[in-house]
Design a protein around this ligand. Structure first.
Ligand SMILES: Cc1ncc(COP(=O)(O)O)c(C=O)c1O
Length: 336
């Protein structure tokens, strides 16, 4: 694999994925020794991600085959959908400061900070809640800071208005990052959505239903577009936020990324467990049991809710006997 240097970015072309993947930034001489001994290639994603069949009575007794789409194994730090969404944005940022948004435990902020460290690229994280500013950093934000991310805490009202041009301009100015490349909260912009299309493409011919947890819906929007018409493959999203607004937002993301609705997708809104970041004792017990059964570390805020939903749906007879059901493991638990 020969790296090439364009616009301050070293990239390698991966013909199978038909994609340029960033392996370094901002040097005019590539650190060849690092590359040769494979350290820089730590950035290389494991793509396509593995698809593992597991035996689980709760599905088998309905004739359903459960497959785990292990996006959590794509990269040790840009985990799951984070790689798929961030990689195209890192490329477009081309070495500029990358500024993005998130809550105090945001997986997206941690992944962005890690990318910044790995690629030698400045990052700024705008964090919801100015009351956090005077306190010690929680483990997730401490990891972001250790990875070199500059953290800016903003009040909740400003945070809610962050997509309004004037508010965004003020946030950028206050952060001293007027020329930053801005990635929205959750990382879901058109480039990210297009980056998630490959997830659908990887599943063509290998599954009948693909299910995943949704936050912003960007991953589902891209994945669904990758399911070619005529393959009989449909996507099922499990929103982890309460509100019933996501269908419209996914439609808008597809419009922005592809010019219109794409793929066969639907949502089941029943499994948010009270809202974002709510983990009930029942959900906790379910996730711990799933971990014991299958040796899979189960991320609680998203992945656990989607797996729980699939068990219920199988019990309700939502999947015809013979269905190959792929559950996307979109992340893994954060350990400080
Ligand atoms: C582990 C995990 N799964 C799923 C999602 C949802 O992704 P999206 O916001 O694209 O719907 C997220 C959020 O980024 C996440 O961290």
């Amino acid at each position: 694999m020969r790296p090439a240097f364009h616009h301050g970015v070293w990239s390698c072309y991966y013909p199978k994925e038909r994609e340029w993947i960033i392996v370094g930034l901002g040097r005019s001489t590539f650190p060849r020794t690092m590359f040769d001994n494979e350290r820089v290639t730590d950035l290389r994603p494991r793509l396509p991600s593995p698809l593992q069949e597991v035996t689980d009575d709760r599905f088998a007794r309905h004739g359903v085959r459960l497959l785990l789409k292990r996006d959590d194994l794509i990269h040790p730090e840009l985990i799951g959908n984070k790689w798929r969404k961030l990689a195209p944005n890192l490329e477009q940022a081309a070495g500029r400061t990358l500024l993005t948004f998130g809550g105090a435990y945001s997986n997206h902020l941690r992944a962005t900070a890690a990318a910044g460290r790995l690629l030698g690229m400045p990052t700024v994280g705008v964090v919801r809640g100015d009351e956090l500013a005077g306190r010690p950093l929680n483990p997730s934000l401490a990891r972001c800071a250790a990875d070199g991310m500059r953290l800016r805490f903003v009040d909740r009202a400003t945070y809610r208005r962050k997509t309004e041009p004037d508010t965004l301009a003020a946030v950028l100015r206050a952060a001293g990052a007027e020329d930053a490349y801005v990635v929205p909260e959750g990382g879901s912009n058109a480039a990210a959505v297009r980056g998630c299309r490959a997830l659908g493409e990887e599943l063509r011919g290998r599954a009948d239903v693909v299910a995943l947890a949704c936050g912003t819906g960007g991953t589902l929007a891209g994945l669904a577009a990758g399911l070619a018409p005529g393959h009989g493959l449909r996507a099922l999203g499990i929103p982890v936020l309460k509100g019933g607004f996501l269908g419209e937002e996914i439609g808008a993301l597809q419009e922005e990324a592809f010019g219109g609705r794409r793929g066969d997708w639907s949502l089941d809104e029943r499994f948010h467990f009270g809202g974002y970041a709510r983990v009930t004792p029942e959900l906790e017990a379910f996730a711990a049991d799933f971990e014991r059964r299958h040796g899979l570390p189960v991320e609680r805020l998203y992945v656990a809710k989607s797996l729980y939903a699939l068990v219920v749906l199988a019990e309700e007879g939502a999947f015809a006997p013979g269905t190959r059901l792929a559950a996307v493991v979109t992340g893994s638990p954060f350990t400080a």
